[in-house]
Write a new protein. Structure first.
Length: 253
């Protein structure tokens, strides 16, 4: 019972953070690995995807009621993210992400520094592309980050948000809402891959999903209420934590 309570709280916290800026896996995965050390890693990863996809879907639906999204761009991009995320999950079984693991802390550190330095970044919605050009760019971005999510994964939501803000001119709130749609697609692809191979603890994952949905509702409502300034601050916090976590995993673990 204590294990279930710990994992339920972790799922709530992960859903809250993930709904705003991504990075919920920073909380949920370590909780699963420390609470269930005897389980197969693939099963814990699959269970985390099952728990996470429900919260991400609810957060996306919550944003849709308050934030205008470009579905003509996001739906094709989500399809690319799905296909490439599935492909990445297959590739990682043959090619371990050793070099990417070591490069990731430096990439995330640059993102954090750039966001901190550019005080007005993501404060206003000033789209840099329109029409077909925006669609093509979004599909390329979704394909690249989707493959990364299937191949490795940490910080996927934060990467999506940063790219939407920096490359597309979105404000942080709209970028976070758009990122949720693409995250759902990536998570679905990974969940299908894990589920097909029997690496999902269904009862535990669905129980954690309930807690994750509650956290996602709280997080997305706070983001909508407080706007881009709140999302920017939490984004910086999460990216800095990601830098520390990925650096520890790459060089000290």
């Amino acid at each position: 019972m204590n294990d279930f309570l710990i994992l339920g709280f972790a799922a709530f916290a992960a859903g809250f953070v993930d709904a705003v800026v991504g990075g919920g896996g920073l909380i949920q995965l370590p909780a699963l690995f420390s609470t269930l050390p005897g389980s197969a890693p693939a099963s814990l990863l699959g269970t985390s995807k099952l728990a996470g996809i429900w919260g991400t879907s609810v957060a996306a639906a919550n944003y849709m009621r308050s934030v205008t999204l470009k579905w003509s761009v996001l739906l094709p991009a989500a399809a690319f993210a799905f296909v490439l995320s599935f492909a990445g999950a297959q590739v990682v079984t043959h090619l371990p992400p050793t070099y990417l693991r070591k490069a990731l802390p430096f990439i995330l550190a640059l993102i954090a520094l750039y966001t901190f330095w550019k005080k007005d970044l993501g404060q206003h919605y000033r789209p840099l592309y329109e029409g077909r050009k925006e669609l093509v760019m979004a599909c390329w971005v979704a394909a690249a980050i989707g493959f990364y999510d299937g191949f490795f994964g940490p910080g996927t939501g934060s990467f999506f948000i940063f790219v939407f803000v920096r490359m597309f001119g979105y404000d942080f709130l709209r970028a976070s809402a758009s990122a949720k749609v693409l995250n759902v697609s990536c998570n679905a692809a990974a969940l299908i891959s894990f589920g097909a191979s029997g690496h999902v603890i269904w009862v535990l994952g669905l129980g954690m999903a309930v807690c994750g949905v509650a956290g996602s509702l709280c997080g997305s409502r706070l983001a909508i209420k407080h706007g881009s300034g709140f999302v920017r601050i939490l984004f910086l916090v999460v990216v800095c934590v990601l830098v520390c976590k990925t650096a520890y995993d790459a060089f000290l673990k």
